[in-house]
Design a protein around this ligand. Structure first.
Ligand SMILES: [Zn+2]
Length: 174
């Protein structure tokens, strides 16, 4: 495996087949993309059920596993520009921001469609995953570009919300 730490997902009822696909998929990613991993892209690339994919990524953010960190990219509802990326977005409370682009205030919790979820990989590959010869061939197999995962997509999934919230709850504030 490129990322042996993923084995711990077996203890959380994730199918070994999914773990293996996640390992290979992460191995295919360029290190520059480790900061913005999208579970919907994983689902498309590796033919995984979307819900299972989101569940696995959310599980990876748990403090006990510490494999990924969730990040929220906020789009300003006033100007439509990307405002900021934060790990501290708390969807249980009101979240007031002043847009860094247009300065207008907004309450992000009223605009869950404007909040994109990404995951940052916190672990390093055990060995160099891909050679430059393999990348183009594998990339050609990709079926398409996924949509961003939005907070409104996980709204009706209590288990995922709980996982993401417990991550938020456990982390240090800065
Ligand atoms: Zn704005």
């Amino acid at each position: 495996m490129y990322f042996p730490s993923l084995e711990i997902l077996k203890e959380h009822q994730i199918d070994p087949l999914i773990i293996n696909k996640l390992d290979r998929w992460l191995g295919l990613q360029l290190p520059s993309t480790y900061f913005f991993l999208n579970p919907l892209q994983f689902a498309i690339d590796m033919s995984i059920n979307t819900e299972i994919s989101i569940q696995a990524f959310a599980l990876c953010t748990q403090k006990s596993l510490n494999i990924m960190k969730v990040k929220y990219r906020l789009v300003c509802p006033n100007c439509g520009e990307y405002d900021r990326v934060t790990s501290n977005y708390n969807f249980m409370n009101e979240s007031l921001y002043n847009c860094t682009q247009c300065s207008a205030p907004y309450n992000a919790s009223n605009f869950e469609d404007f909040i994109e979820l990404f995951f940052e990989l916190l672990i390093e590959p055990e060995h160099n995953p891909v050679s430059s010869l393999i990348i183009p061939k594998e990339v050609n197999k990709l079926l398409g570009k996924s949509e961003s995962l939005r907070l409104s997509n996980v709204k009706d999934k209590p288990s995922v919300r709980r996982l993401l919230f417990s991550h938020y709850h456990n982390q240090d504030f800065d």
